[in-house]
Design a protein around this ligand. Sequence first.
Ligand SMILES: NC(=O)c1ccc[n+]([C@@H]2O[C@H](COP(=O)([O-])OP(=O)(O)OC[C@H]3O[C@@H](n4cnc5c(N)ncnc54)[C@H](O)[C@@H]3O)[C@@H](O)[C@H]2O)c1
Length: 257
Amino acid sequence: MGDLTGRVALVTGAGRGIGAACARALAEAGAQVICSDLSAPDDLAAELGGLAMAQDVTDEAGWTAAMDFARREAGGLDILVNNAGLFLMKPLTETTLEDWRRIHSVNVEGVFLGCRAAIPLLAERAGRWDGGTAIVNLSSMAGLVGSAGAVCYNASKGAVRLLTKGLAMELAAAGVRVNSVHPGVIETSMGDEVIAAFSGATGLGDNEARTQLAARHPLGRMGQPGNVADAVVFLASSRSAFVTGSELVVDGGFTAN
Ligand SMILES: NC(=O)c1ccc[n+]([C@@H]2O[C@H](COP(=O)([O-])OP(=O)(O)OC[C@H]3O[C@@H](n4cnc5c(N)ncnc54)[C@H](O)[C@@H]3O)[C@@H](O)[C@H]2O)c1
């Protein structure tokens, strides 16, 4: 897809799932990828010829260190993928303030801190590329429509959607594009959590829950991490040079239904 040769990308939560797939796809497209997660994804970075970094996205000082690392080890930053996230399935009446803050600290504050830290570096290199530099934020189809039992997660992913649009307005003149991606159920560890929650809510066994959840996606299956990574590469590349403030839905048609 887009040729990312010469660009440096940082992917948070790159240790597994969608983040790992994004790191792979960005590297395949030619980017030098910094893979960050709670523990440094050393093996993945070695496989991709990239760099690894331990980072908790909720840690403000850690973001300063990450930007120093990008500047020192890779010469700067062209693409930030705010992917790290947590899922919570609990009725609102059972959601504690601690739950709420834990989910929002990763899903919302982590994205806020990441964007804010990266803006100076992204703005610096925006003039190098057709379509400038890019931030891609992982929201969810749960950031577009509500789901019973996932109100806290809904709120956090809805916040990412509008944080993205507002920031796209702030950064347009600087040549930094900001877009969000909204996956359906994707087969990752978090996808397993979603299936387990669906199974708990419906009383279906795990296999039947999996089958029924897959069938709710009009394309008849759950997504693969690579399906989301393809959308991320598009939004990071010059192929999306005129796309900012948009929400790219990668849900097999779930929310179009
Ligand atoms: N899998 C799905 O069905 C699905 C659907 C829609 C949106 N998403 C979103 O996509 C993103 C990735 O999801 P996934 O399915 O790969 O999840 P996952 O649970 O498989 O992986 C998440 C990664 O984020 C990391 N992480 C968690 N907290 C962190 C923190 N504080 N600092 C740094 N890293 C942290 C984890 O260590 C893990 O490697 C998330 O934002 C999620 O909300 C996932």
